[in-house]
Design a protein around this ligand. Structure first.
Ligand code: NDP
Ligand code: GDR
Length: 344
């Protein structure tokens, strides 16, 4: 049985990847951060009692800012594959917390690579490493962006991802590690964090439709993104670690749409006119914006046969349907007299 270690298992991608690897028969270990409230909602459906000796999904406390802990986890889990999906992944927030973002996103990847390097050097078995790199690294470089396009990061997050990208390449070249970058364009799902623009929109559609909310405040509606489905992107991650030779690949749908177009699609699917509800709040503008991302994933298709399955319209519908259901549940609670604002 193959063993995988996922840093960032409680995130959107980590949870889909855990689903995929368990379905493929892997033993899956995930790293979770200690928090005062539970953060395991996205993996609750696969959680098993750790007292059961046959359990195939286990969680370990750790943090990318704590190298000693990462080393200990690596030695205990003895993985064949390590997926680094952990990050302070919000671009806007990285302008507010640049040092922390760099520590987790850039130095965090380095800590993990260092731990793997020593583990492999110690005569332990081979480990394959996947780094979740980002289309944000391209910044101002015009589309279509592929593996040879120039990086021009526009945020502390993106600059940190560029550093992590090069650490990964360097450990491959310097130490012969099987270490690869997936240059992931935006990918979304019903499990997407609620402060990213797609989910913020579909959450609002659900709540507006059921009368639980009357306004949606957004920033720049002109930005264009290449939006795919997270379930398809974790499949690309896994494929990249199965190849004979390590290499870096763009993972993208090849289509781009503006935030305005996403609004039209999501509100339109629920028979709502977005213009009646959306207001611009400059708080959501970024000090430097990335205007136009559209990836060219032809190398990944050619060499690994990967193509996205879920298209834009299906993705929007999947997210709106899920958030309409969530809003119905909220409404039921509200009707039963529960406080749904979370303010206690
Ligand atoms: P999420 O923000 O949903 O998940 C991030 C994960 O990282 C969470 O499990 C989070 O834990 C964990 N994490 C955050 N800080 C630390 C830390 N200091 N130590 C350990 N774990 C930490 O991101 P996604 O699932 O969307 O993205 C996965 C990865 O792919 C990220 O690296 C992201 O930057 C990258 N990426 C994502 C894209 C996308 O469109 N989704 C596109 C390109 C790259 P907790 O639950 O406790 O917060
Ligand atoms: P992004 O995703 O920055 O591309 O990073 P996000 O959904 O945050 O923004 C996409 C675009 O929408 C514009 N926008 C808003 N964004 C947010 N979050 N909230 C708003 O109210 C809003 N209004 C307009 C933004 O300005 C931007 O242009 C995501 C993350 O998952 C990263 O971790 C990942 O690396 C990249 O995708 C690829």
């Amino acid at each position: 049985m193959r063993t995988a270690l996922i840093a960032g298992v409680t995130g959107q991608d980590g949870s889909y990847l855990a689903d995929l690897l368990l379905a493929k028969g892997y033993q899956v270990h995930g790293i979770i951060r200690r928090a005062s409230t539970l953060t395991t909602q996205r993996v609750d459906h696969i959680y098993e009692d750790p007292h059961n000796p046959d359990v195939r999904f286990r969680l370990h406390y750790g943090d990318l800012t704590d190298g000693t802990g990462l080393r200990r986890i690596l030695e205990m889990v003895r993985p064949d594959e390590v997926y680094n999906l952990a990050a302070q992944s919000h671009v806007r927030v990285s302008f507010d917390q640049p040092e922390y973002t760099a520590d987790v996103v850039a130095t965090g990847a380095l800590r993990l690579l260092e731990a793997i390097r020593d583990y492999v050097d110690g005569g332990e078995r081979q480990v394959r490493y996947f780094q979740a790199s980002s289309s944000e690294m391209y910044g101002t470089t015009p589309p279509p962006q592929n593996e040879t396009s120039r990086f021009h990061p526009r945020s502390p997050y993106a600059a940190s991802k560029v550093a992590a990208y090069w650490y990964t390449v360097n450990y491959r070249e310097a130490y012969g590690l099987y270490a690869v970058n997936g240059i992931l364009f935006n990918h979304e799902s019903p499990r997407r964090g609620e402060t990213f623009v797609t989910r913020k929109i579909t959450r609002a559609v659900g709540r507006i439709k059921l009368g639980l909310q009357d306004k949606l405040y957004l920033g720049n509606l002109d930005a264009r993104r290449d939006w795919g489905f997270a379930g398809d992107y974790v499949d690309a991650m896994w494929r990249m670690l199965q190849a004979e030779k390590p290499a870096d690949f763009v993972v993208a749908s090849g289509e781009s749409r503006s935030v305005r177009e996403f609004l039209e699609a999501a509100f339109g699917y629920a028979d709502l006119d977005w213009q009646k509800y959306v207001e611009i709040d400059p708080r959501y503008f970024r000090p430097a914006e990335v205007d136009d991302l559209r990836g060219d994933a032809s190398r990944l298709e050619r060499e690994m046969g990967w193509k996205p399955v879920v298209g834009f319209t299906e993705l929007v519908r999947m997210m709106v349907d899920s958030d309409l259901e969530l809003a119905r549940q909220e409404q039921t609670l509200k009707n039963a007299g529960h406080d749904i604002t979370g303010s206690g």
